[in-house]
Design a protein around this ligand. Structure first.
Ligand code: SF4
Length: 371
């Protein structure tokens, strides 16, 4: 395939092999640094692998984000969403207020709610249980995708329950799946800089594996472009693929490019100003070449990257556009400029414009309907 391309021999060899089987960490680190036409070849290889594995459908769903509080006791250096309780724009929704938002979204066609919030001192697993019960009461057949590994860990400790006990309670109350956030970059040297009070790498792995083992699927994420190296990114991707081989618990991988403009670590001069466009494309392409059949769905975030660039990411290995989103506070707080909601027709057009097939899906990618 790449025999006649005027690119480095090593790139050629790796990409030829990548069409049939996942690339090694060493090769992925090499590909993170390629330049010029080698980048085009990498993107094409990822697109071919994408086509073989998931075909030409590009999926998304009708979802709605609900953040119940921005008050948080943690101190993540990349986070522009967190507030202290005395801040004038701090909020903490009551369960009835949250249910009103959910009902409105449900009446507008939302099929999934993504519910997350800060680590508030009054929040624990029983509070999460009350949220789930109330939302299920007003929106019975909605899928609830809620509470990150960090929130589950925090909420369990506050309730003096084991994680297993908490998961049982939450599942019974209607928890469907969980966001695989709080992963950031799974390397403790990086975490000491960007999120020193969060779960460390081993703890995150332990929590996510326990969630999977208790029958709850999660997404997988990577927030990149702050202080980490290419090697850190590849090692993170490798951790995700190893967990997936063990549990098969991830539904999708979502690369999250660092929104730097309002991030405390950037404002203090302690991080990079995010990534360049080709770095983003390489992350998508290399993820596809590392995951192959192990983790088939790779999502591009239009909220963070914009509609135009997300469309380009669909040509570099991605096959999912996330959701229409009725509300999105976290990226918005961090300076995302691309709005917080869109319409089905807008995403449909983006997909058709590159000759692919738009399809609506559910959270678990079990029902996929061409539109
Ligand atoms: S990322 Fe989450 S845990 Fe960290 S400060 Fe922000 S709201 Fe709190």
């Amino acid at each position: 395939m790449f025999r006649n391309w005027n690119i480095e021999k090593k790139t050629k060899d790796i990409l030829e092999d990548s069409l049939d089987s996942p690339i090694s960490n060493e090769d992925a680190i090499y590909l993170m640094e390629v330049k010029g036409l080698d980048i085009n070849a990498l993107i094409l290889a990822a697109d071919l692998v994408r086509k073989n594995i998931v075909g030409d459908k590009v999926t998304f769903l009708k979802n709605w984000n609900i953040n119940f509080t921005n008050i948080c006791t943690s101190t993540c250096g990349f986070c522009a969403f967190k507030r202290n309780k005395e801040d004038k724009d701090a909020f903490f929704l009551s369960i009835d207020e949250l249910a009103d938002i959910a009902k409105k979204a449900y009446d507008n066609g939302a099929k999934e709610f993504c519910i997350q919030g800060g680590l508030h001192e009054n929040v624990d697993v029983y509070f999460y249980e009350d949220i789930l019960k109330k939302v299920k009461e007003v929106c019975p057949d909605v899928h609830i995708h809620a509470f990150s590994p960090m929130e589950l860990y925090y909420g369990s400790k506050k309730a003096e329950l084991s994680l297993e006990e908490s998961l049982k309670i939450l599942k019974n109350a209607g928890l469907g799946t969980t966001p695989g956030t709080a992963a950031e970059i799974l390397n403790d040297d990086v975490r000491k800089i960007i999120c020193p009070t969060k779960l460390n790498t081993e703890e995150w792995k332990e929590v996510i594996t326990t969630i999977h083992e208790n029958g709850i699927k999660t997404t997988a994420t990577m927030m990149y472009g702050h202080v980490e190296s290419s090697k850190n990114r590849v090692e993170h991707l490798d951790i995700i693929r190893e967990i997936q081989k063990e549990t098969d618990g991830f539904t999708e991988f979502v690369p999250l490019t660092f929104m730097y403009k309002k991030a405390p670590i950037f404002l203090k001069g302690k991080s990079n100003p995010g990534t360049s466009g080709t770095e983003d494309l390489k992350v998508y392409a290399i993820s596809r070449l590392m995951f192959h059949n192990d983790l088939k769905n790779i999502q591009t975030s239009w909220v963070k990257l914009g509609f135009k660039f997300s469309q380009v990411c669909l040509l570099a290995g991605a096959n999912d556009l996330g959701g229409t989103l009725g509300e999105e506070n976290i990226s918005k707080s961090a300076g995302a400029e691309y709005g917080s909601k869109t319409e089905v027709n807008n995403l449909k057009q983006l997909i058709e414009n590159i000759g692919r097939i738009p399809a609506l899906r559910d959270t678990l990618y079990e029902n996929i309907d061409i539109i």
